[in-house]
Design a protein around this ligand. Sequence first.
Ligand code: PGA
Length: 254
Amino acid sequence: MSRVPFVVGNWKLNKTIAEALALVTELKNQLAAVKGVQVGVAPTLVALPAVAKRLEGTPIATSAQDCFWESGGAWTGEVGPAQLLDAGATWAIVGHSERRQFFGDTNEGVGKKTRAALAAGLGAILCVGETLAERDGGRTLAVVEEQLAAGLAGVDAAWVPRLVVAYEPVWAIGTGRTATPAQAQEVHAHIRRRLADRLGAAAAETIRILYGGSVKPSNAEALIAEKDIDGSLVGGASLEAADFIAIVKAARGT
Ligand code: PGA
């Protein structure tokens, strides 16, 4: 089964609208001829409509960094799937560890967000990953499995083509410390087994599982070479066109 690699830049709380537009314009121009890999960018919500508009007619997708589970009502500060689609997003990252760690996202809430995003027609990038204490305690696979089970609760088989999982060990995010390709592959293979249990073996073979956590041009190729690593979710290195483009090129045609 060949899965088209997917490389997504998670810009987090970085860039003004003008800076965001400058970066996507460069990506759009420089990636126009690059085939065999799908690319996405996740700007802040305020820059998202302008970025989506600038990327219209290109294969580069616009993603939100989060997605609430309702699209209307008394939920001050939240933005739901209907608003994201209206703003031009086609994907949403859900359950990023920074949301879990600093903004109270629970496994159950992440499940609701994933379901709402997919039901509305967005693609969902469901993030899972263990902390350093959990890894040191030998609980990596159990933690990831629990996050995955809750994140996928109520996910319909029909949504599988728009479902992506990202494995992001918390200890590797923004730390410069990457999981080794073998460490990542072990967890990715486990995720795919659990996806098979939950959604069937054939469906599991089609779902992209991205690695995230200090991905940079120097390690991108070795990570993507692993059998169950189908792309990357890139934070810091997605903020500079040259680094991000090098990571996209490393994923091409794998
Ligand atoms: P990083 O972030 O590449 O800066 O480690 C990855 C992420 O949080 O998605």
